[in-house]
Design a binder for this molecule. Structure first.
Ligand code: ZN
Length: 343
């Protein structure tokens, strides 16, 4: 990227109200069959338009074709029975009824590749595509087949690698793996989590990113955050190994969070997508607030490696708020670009 401080989002953006009920996670589709296929494409185009209008540099599909960032991917795989459900604790935080792994997991056909080709046709801007990470995937399932979190994660990593290679061939510039589970299962992250992620990016020539956050602004997550104390040091566990890993970019949550900025020193050398937009509030940040977060991050991230971004996905927000936040992100990045070029 030639642009200094290229802006991007963590991934998801709100869907239009004619496609799915707004301001809701897991919102059911309002259309069916061919109308749904066409509606998703229209929504993807609109989402791209919103990003371009706001001046976002690295654009995405806004995750318009998926209902959920993990489940939609798993729905396309064989070996998982969505009728057979068990209650498990997700990220040690909240109970959810989840599908069961009943046999070998396999990707029968591409999941997002057609969507990526469609987005590629619409823009010349660099595009980033998000996939769930292996550890976060296993954490949303009951495993009655492999009976080993590590084994199942490894199988998912191989599947993700197949998908990622095809996304790369479709013209995706950055493939991002969402691993919020990295902030919870520290021993597993270090034992096999990062190795599984590296298996998922094996052989890729495009850039790769991992997004680690404290979750969407839903109640289970905001309640959990209240228990974390005044300093959130979770990143400290995974960062040293990530710094040594094959992953190019680390995407993380900074704005309004209690993450001590100096933890970024642990991934010095990597590109960092710095979350400068809080997705857990409807209050739209001012450009100056965004700039302030970026300025703090610049103490620990070299300017040519700093990518201003959002803390997490904005799917649960209203389109008005999300668009306001996209504008604030671009305007905040501009302030810092000007400061850097004046030096
Ligand atoms: Zn996130």
């Amino acid at each position: 990227m030639k642009t200094l401080l290229p802006t991007s989002t963590a991934g998801s953006l709100p869907k239009p109200s004619w496609l799915a009920e707004p301001e809701k996670l897991w919102s059911p589709w309002k259309l069916e069959n061919d109308e749904l296929i066409e509606g998703k494409k229209d929504a993807l185009s609109l989402s791209l338009f919103d990003q371009l209008r706001a001046g976002i540099d690295i654009v995405s599909d806004g995750e318009q074709t998926r209902q959920h960032f993990v489940t939609t991917f798993i729905e396309h795989l064989s070996g998982v029975d969505f009728e057979k459900r068990e209650v498990v604790k997700i990220r040690n935080r909240y109970d959810a009824s989840v599908p069961t792994v009943v046999g070998a997991v396999e990707r029968q056909k591409p999941v997002f590749v057609e969507d990526a080709k469609f987005l590629r046709q619409l823009t010349r801007q660099p595009i980033k595509w998000a996939l769930p990470g292996p550890m976060t995937m296993i954490d949303t399932l009951y495993d009655a087949h492999y009976k080993s979190r590590e084994k199942l994660a490894w199988e998912f990593a191989k599947i993700l690698n197949q998908e990622a290679r095809e996304l790369e061939a479709a013209g995706v510039d950055i493939i991002q793996f969402d691993e919020p589970a990295f902030n919870v299962f520290f021993d597993e992250v270090n034992d096999w989590g990062i190795a599984a992620l590296e298996r998922a990016v094996e052989g890729l020539k495009c850039e790769t990113a991992v997004h680690i956050c404290y979750g969407y602004g839903i109640k289970a997550n905001t309640d959990w955050k209240k228990t974390l104390g005044t300093e959130w040091r979770q990143y400290e566990e995974a960062f040293p190994k990530l710094q040594q890993s094959a992953i190019d970019i680390v995407s993380l949550e900074c704005h309004n969070s209690r993450v001590p900025m100096d933890l970024l020193e642990l991934i010095r050398g990597k590109k960092v997508m710095v979350g400068a937009i809080d997705v857990a509030t409807n209050t739209v940040e001012t450009a100056e607030e965004v700039a302030d977060t970026l300025r703090k991050a610049l103490q620990f991230v070299d300017a040519d490696k700093l990518y201003p971004s959002t803390n997490c996905g904005m799917a649960p927000l209203s389109r008005r708020v999300a668009n306001g936040k996209l504008n604030a992100l671009r305007a905040g990045a501009e302030i810092i670009r000007n400061e850097l070029s004046a030096k």
